[in-house]
Design a protein around this ligand. Structure first.
Ligand code: ADP
Length: 169
């Protein structure tokens, strides 16, 4: 193919696949949606330079909330947590980027918002563990698992972000 743009796109794609490009599941919880923080939270990830691969507003059924938080089943707060997550629509997102799993956790901040650093989403926007506005996968494995759990085939978008050369050399 003689189009130099195609070779360029091919090479950047190849390079991205050789880098530590990961996927993570980010979810704006019902309090974040109710409080009108959707744009603010999405902006944090957009401005950082990550790539949005999937996005939807969704009323989560009880069974899905239980499956998502299955590792916390034995905790005393589990029933309250499931009630919280199903109490209104959530915004489900799949984001991609180099090192994104750990980086997203840093952007989000500590589980308890009063312990979260200023500048993080929870540090800036929340005060209680039971209303901490956002979720982010805690490992690469859970990133894969949660993206597959919350999105059906065909709901993710395969696209080339044209500004990538301005974000990564
Ligand atoms: P994180 O969301 O930071 O990964 P966890 O996986 O430990 O944190 O917990 C999942 C979610 O469960 C938290 O984000 C919070 O909404 C809720 N949660 C955790 N601990 C408590 C608690 N002690 N009381 C009430 N809710 C909690």
């Amino acid at each position: 193919n003689r189009n130099p743009m195609n070779s360029y796109l091919f090479l950047t794609h190849l390079k991205a696949s050789m880098e530590d490009v990961q996927q993570t599941y980010i979810m704006i919880k019902p309090d974040g949606v109710q409080r009108g923080l959707v744009g603010e939270i999405i902006s944090r990830f957009e401005h950082k330079g990550f790539t949005l691969k999937g996005l939807k507003l969704f009323q989560c059924p009880t069974e899905l909330a239980e499956e998502h938080y299955r590792d916390l089943k034995s905790k005393s707060f589990f029933p309250k947590l499931v009630k919280y997550i199903t109490s209104g629509p959530v915004v489900c997102m799949a984001w991609e980027g180099p090192g994104i799993v750990a980086a997203a956790r840093k952007l989000i901040g500590a589980t308890n918002p009063l312990q979260a650093e200023p500048g993080t989403i929870r540090g800036d926007l929340a005060i209680q563990v039971g209303r901490n506005v956002v979720h982010g996968s805690d490992s690469q494995e859970n990133g894969q698992r949660e993206v597959a759990l919350w999105f059906k085939d065909g709901e993710l978008c395969e696209w080339t972000q044209e500004i990538t050369p301005w974000l990564r050399e």
